[in-house]
Every structure is written in C-alpha cells, then in structure tokens.
Design a protein around this ligand. Structure first.
Ligand code: CTP
Ligand code: CA
Length: 237
C-alpha cells in the first residue's frame, strides 16, 4: 500500500489545492475579503510535493506564506475565478483539496469607477451568493465531469454555538457537502486564522473521526495527507 512506501507515498498523484482568501470587488480599488493567511493550503502543497505529488496551487489572497518549490501556482481573486480554475483543473486530478476561505457573498454590482464619498453619506452594499465550489466539484464528479475516483477534500472552520459543538457542525457540514474528507478546525479565541497552529478533527464520509492534536500547520498537513493517501485508490497512478 502507499503507506508502506513513505516518504514518496504520493508519487505521481495529481493534486489541485486551493488556498488563501477570495476578494470580491466593490470598485477598482476596494473589495470584500477575509483574514485567511493561506498558510494551511501552502503547507499542504509543500508537503504533498515533497511526498511525490504533482501539485497545482490555486491561490487567492495570502499573507506571505512562502512559495513552495516544485509547485505550479495559479493566482485568482474572486470566488468565481477560483471556481473556474478549480473546475477545469479537477478534470484531470486524483485529489482536489478546497483549503481556501471562499467568500460566501459578493457585491451585486462592481462600480466601474472609484465610489465617491459624496454628500449623502454611504449607500448600502447589496450582495449575491457566490457559487459553492466544493459542492459543485462533488456534483461534477457525480455527473461524470471529473473522474469518479477523484478524492475531494473540504475544510471547515467552526465555533460551537447554541445549535451544537464544533464536531456537530463538522459532521453536518460533511453530510451537506458530500466530500470524502472534511478537515474541521476549531476556531475562535484567536485560533487558526493567521496563527501558526491548528486543532480539530478529520472526518471521513465512511464515518471515521480522527482527532488532530494541537500542532503546526506543517504537522497538520502531514496528518491530512496521510488520510488522503489512504483514500486514493491503489493503482491510481
Ligand atoms: N467553500 C466553497 N465555496 C464556497 C464556500 C465554501 O468551495 N462558496 C468550501 C471551502 O473552501 C471549504 C468548505 O467549502 O472547503 C466549507 O466552507 P465553509 O465556509 O465552512 O462552509 P459554508 O458551506 O460556506 O458554510 P458556512 O460558512 O455557512 O458555515
Ligand atoms: Ca462560508
């Protein structure tokens, strides 16, 4: 099996990984964005490449995560650009990982010129819902537009709330998204965004749940890739 062949257990596996945050334009100089640093997705790309995978990184906005060697990097801004790149590239991938923080909404209209302050005060920003890239990839696979054997991985950053704990939200999201593996990060209280360390669970569609002890994003990446390697069908490459 692959696990016996470490450290090159992902030799020849074609992997497409999204990372960073999307930016949704308001006008030529402004956007709606988020605090994603891109560090987890970049750490995954670096670790996968070191284990022999052929990696393409589709990167939104990041805060200097350092460019991994031997990885093809495609830069995108908006969720719709990211969707287009991910969908095209997933068609010949063995593994697709959505580590990006995709904006759920985008401004309905993008002003062609810089919005001026004017005399009347601010006007409201109207929003449309962005496409769900991950759910779209799962649907594409079900409809045969990407190979049935492609392993699809999602991420979820969750806090507990009145409806349930982090793990409850993670389980519900795994079912809703229909991916094979969901990486659930516990966030809030300064955890995860922009920090060096993560904590959480790996949930698989077949019901396995593995705790991720507190550790670096590099360590987290290697734990995630162990699980991915186990999901890639033998003889795939
Ligand atoms: N995702 C995506 N496209 C979107 C939103 C999210 O592909 N428009 C992906 C993320 O990259 C991540 C997973 O879906 O892998 C879960 O993202 P998350 O924001 O936690 O889920 P949502 O479905 O947007 O639910 P909510 O934000 O309401 O919790
Ligand atoms: Ca979201």
């Amino acid at each position: 099996t692959r696990a016996d062949a470490l450290p090159y257990d992902l030799s020849g596996v074609r992997m497409v990984i999204s990372a960073g945050g999307t930016r949704e334009a308001l006008d030529p100089v402004r956007y709606l964005g988020n605090h994603s640093s891109g560090k987890q997705g970049y750490a995954l790309a670096r670790a996968a490449s070191q284990r022999g995978a052929r990696v393409t990184l589709v990167s939104g906005a990041t805060s200097d995560p350092g460019e991994p060697a031997s990885v093809e990097i495609v830069h995108v801004d908006s969720a719709r650009e990211m969707q287009s790149e991910m969908t095209t590239r997933a068609a010949d991938a063995d593994v697709v990982i959505m580590a990006a923080a995709v904006a759920d909404f985008r401004p309905t209209a993008v002003a062609g010129a810089k919005i001026k302050k004017g005399d009347d005060g601010p006007s409201p920003i109207h929003l449309d819902t962005n496409p769900d890239i991950l759910a779209g990839l799962v649907a594409d696979r079900a409809q045969g537009r990407i190979p049935r054997s492609t392993v699809i991985v999602g991420f979820a950053a969750e806090t507990g709330d009145a409806d349930g704990g982090v793990l409850d939200h993670g389980r519900a999201k795994l079912r809703r998204k229909g991916c094979d593996l969901l990486v659930v990060n516990a966030v809030g209280g300064g955890k995860a965004f922009g920090t060096e360390d993560n904590t959480g669970w790996l949930l698989t569609a077949d019901g396995r749940e593995t705790g991720l002890p507190f550790g670096s994003k590099t360590l987290m990446a290697s734990r995630i890739l162990d699980e991915v390697a186990a999901l890639v069908p033998d003889g795939q490459v």
